[in-house]
Structure formats: structure tokens, C-alpha cells
Design a protein around this ligand. Structure first.
Ligand SMILES: C[S@@+](CC[C@H](N)C(=O)[O-])C[C@H]1O[C@@H](n2cnc3c(N)ncnc32)[C@H](O)[C@@H]1O
Length: 276
């Protein structure tokens, strides 16, 4: 039987028919970049959320992990946010993601960025994390929760792996009050089947029920808009962006995400919660 996780994984990997060919294409694109290979140069490809690198920088400034802090990037995608936290703050980052092709891309980009060892990735489901209790100082998650129906299971696991006094930083699409219908496809789903948006109040409630105290919950919709318009095919031959991974529908998906935001069907919220 096809599970919810199978549908989500298939959605993200739908355009990857030949992983080796994709990795070779990405490698060639990186070969043509001026070293060093850093977060800014990889951002059109690997910051897979509304607002791109600027959104990651803004959330990171709110939590600023110390050098050597152990960070979990929950739903790490292609690894852009994880590498940014390592490069900028000296954090030790472990990423977990459902999609093995994304983990393979994340590992390639990390090696090319010279961060192997400091940033690692593994395949896994956030509702069943492959870590012992109290491993991390910070759990970071961006644009993943909307794919996970079992929110109590998700935040329960994120709380379990946090040290006492640890923090959760999240940046997610949030349903407008009344849960209006979305226009599909969006970057995370082609239909309502694999979308579970909560309102801000519902998010606060489920996060706090899992053993957190929400310290801040901010509407950051206006900060993030410009990204949607930049998701067409790259202008330069050989260049890569998120559409190289997601396929030709990326521009339409990103445009619909922007339309949903403009029409007030969805909002973007950034929050910090402390392990209670
Ligand atoms: C829109 S991407 C965001 C990736 C990354 N956080 C970023 O902002 O660049 C969503 C990611 O969540 C992952 N994902 C969805 N459901 C998941 C689950 N249950 N467990 C782990 N990863 C999941 C997908 O495989 C995908 O890589």
C-alpha cells in the first residue's frame, strides 16, 4: 500500500530519472563556479523554501547557534540551510530527509563546499528520528511540516532529540484562518492529499503540547515574496536551480505559491520555541 510518506517522497523525486546523471550535471555546474563554493553561490539551487537564502539568514539571525553547537536540520532537502549554519556559525549540522535522491545531492554539494564531516545527511522520517534522546542544541526546520499530517508525532520527535534548554527554530507556510483552499500545484504538493497546513494558533497549540514553550511566532510573509518570480529556468546555459531538481513544473509551482500568498490563502510564519 502507498503510504503518505511514499507519496511525498515520490513528489519530490518525480523529475529525477537518473540520479548519477543529475549528480554529474550538478558537478559540472559547480566546476564552472568561481571558488570558494559557498552558501551564496549554491543558493539558487539548494535553498528550497519561499524567500531562499535571505529567509534562512533571517531565521538564523534569530537563533545564532554557537560554534560547535549540535544542530538537526529536520527535512534538510538539498542541504542549503544546513551548510549555511555550518559555514556562518561553525555549527555541527546533521540533516535528515525522506528523499534519498535529495540526500545524495546534499552530500555532493557538501563535499564540493568543503564541509564534509561538519555537515552530514541521512535518509529518515521525522516522525521516527534515528537519534538518541537529548542529542541536539538546536532543531531547525523550514518548509517541511506542511507535508506531515502527524504533527504531534513530528514535534514530539523534535522535542525528544533536543537537550534540556534546547531550541526549535521553524519557518513554515501556515493556513490563513478558516483554512481556505489552495491553488495547486505548489512546490510541496500537486493536490491537497499531501498538504496539512495549520493556522498560527493551531501551530502554537501542537508545538506547546509536544513540550515546548513558543517564544516568538512572527508573520514574515512580506519578507519572502520575491523568490517565487525567480524560479523559471536559469538564464545562463549550464546553470542550475531548484527547477533542475524538481523539474519543469517548478516555475508554475512557485508562481502558485506566490499567488496563494498574495491572495491570503497561506501565510509564512517563523517561530522559536524553547524545550519546556
Ligand atoms: C520544500 S523542501 C525543504 C527542504 C529544506 N528544508 C529547505 O528549506 O531547503 C521539503 C523537504 O521535506 C522533506 N520531507 C517531507 N516529509 C518528510 C518527512 N516526513 N521526514 C523527513 N523529510 C521529509 C522532503 O523530502 C523535502 O526534501
Amino acid at each position: 500500500m502507498t503510504s503518505h510518506a511514499d507519496i511525498v517522497r515520490d513528489h519530490y523525486q518525480a523529475a529525477i530519472v537518473d540520479r548519477a546523471a543529475l549528480l554529474a550535471r550538478l558537478s559540472a555546474a559547480i566546476d564552472s563556479m568561481e571558488p570558494p563554493i559557498d552558501a551564496r553561490k549554491l543558493a539558487p539551487l539548494d535553498q528550497f523554501h519561499m524567500g531562499g537564502l535571505a529567509a534562512t539568514v533571517a531565521v538564523a539571525a534569530r537563533v545564532a547557534p554557537r560554534r560547535g553547537a549540535r544542530v538537526l536540520d529536520a527535512g534538510s532537502g538539498l542541504g542549503g540551510p544546513a551548510r549555511y549554519l555550518a559555514e556562518t556559525f561553525g555549527a555541527e549540522v546533521e540533516g535528515v530527509d525522506l528523499s534519498p535522491d535529495y540526500v545524495a545531492v546534499a552530500e555532493l554539494l557538501t563535499e564540493r563546499a568543503g564541509l564534509t564531516g561538519q555537515v552530514t545527511f541521512r535518509e529518515g522520517d521525522l516522525t521516527r528520528l534515528p537519534f538518541e534522546n537529548a542529542r541536539f542544541d538546536l532543531v531547525w526546520t523550514q518548509h517541511v511540516a506542511m507535508n506531515i499530517a502527524d504533527r504531534a508525532g513530528l514535534y514530539g520527535e523534535l522535542r525528544r532529540v533536543l537537550k534540556p534548554g534546547g531550541r526549535l527554530a521553524f519557518y513554515d507556510p501556515i493556513a490563513a484562518d478558516g483554512h481556505p483552499e489552495l491553488i495547486y500545484p505548489v512546490p510541496w504538493a500537486v493536490s491537497a492529499e499531501t498538504t496539512t497546513l495549520l493556522t498560527a494558533a493551531e501551530t502554537r497549540e501542537v508545538v506547546e503540547s509536544a513540550g515546548f514553550r513558543v517564544a516568538t511566532l512572527e508573520d514574515v510573509t512580506e519578507e519572502a515574496f520575491g523568490w517565487a518570480a525567480q524560479q523559471g529556468p536559469p538564464a545562463q546555459p549550464g546553470a542550475v536551480n531548484a527547477g533542475t531538481i524538481v523539474g519543469a513544473r517548478m516555475a508554475e509551482m512557485a508562481a502558485n505559491f506566490g499567488k496563494n500568498l498574495r491572495e491570503g490563502r497561506v501565510r509564512l510564519m517563523a517561530g522559536i520555541a524553547n524545550a519546556a
